[in-house]
Design a protein around this ligand. Sequence first.
Ligand SMILES: CC(C)(COP(=O)(O)OP(=O)(O)OC[C@H]1O[C@@H](n2cnc3c(N)ncnc32)[C@H](O)[C@@H]1OP(=O)(O)O)[C@@H](O)C(=O)NCCC(=O)NCCS
Length: 216
Amino acid sequence: MSKFLKFPLKLKFGYSAYYFFWFLHTMKFYFFHLYNRIRLTISGVQTGKHFSTSGIIILDIFPQSRVIIGNRVSIISDSRRATASALAFPARLKTISPTSEIIIGDNVGLNGTSITSRSKKIEIGSGTMIAPNVIIVDSDFHPPWPPENRLHYPGNEYDGEVKIGKNCWIGMNVLNLKGVKIGDNSIIAAGSVVIKDVPSESLAAGVPAKVVKSYK
Ligand SMILES: CC(C)(COP(=O)(O)OP(=O)(O)OC[C@H]1O[C@@H](n2cnc3c(N)ncnc32)[C@H](O)[C@@H]1OP(=O)(O)O)[C@@H](O)C(=O)NCCC(=O)NCCS
């Protein structure tokens, strides 16, 4: 075997390989974080202290819409940094009109979370943990009826504010649809589709999500 092939094999079986790639990834994350910070600042997004990102966030902020990110918020947008599972998509923050709002409280963790506010406010309370691949929207984006209107009529009147309380835990692959409020300290089980309000201190699960346990 040539010297060229032996070098990576040697690395592969030692700690040196681990630390070598750890260093490369750390450099990559610093670079992407800088890129995210620049994009957020240019887009007028307010960010708090000790805000961290991993991987590139998809950012599409409509002028005059309001996006506020609290202190010690972490936005993970790269599978390597996500503990529980690979990310099906990068984290995304999108506002579509001047009345759109995304408000993220302190100590919130987002993991490949997609948040799209078309015309209303989407608020995530302080201390809430959002597991990988959660989608949160304030709109259906098309009116359900009549069918000929679906493509061209926006149907903004159906949009509804979303409020996720403080210290909630939103499980993997949850879909959080328009107009829903989740009370403080509640849990949404993995794979649930939330279409109705969930009271505080409860566990909601399933499609559609229903309260299956109360911690009160
Ligand atoms: C939310 C969760 C932690 C609850 O666990 P738990 O307290 O052990 O809940 P239980 O197993 O006692 O379930 C309570 C009820 O909810 C139901 N349930 C739990 N998870 C469910 C799910 N994902 N979908 C549908 N129903 C579910 C159970 O069937 C049970 O119903 P039953 O009382 O009629 O039998 C767990 O269900 C879950 O979703 N884990 C994934 C968390 C995650 O995404 N982690 C990623 C890292 S942040």
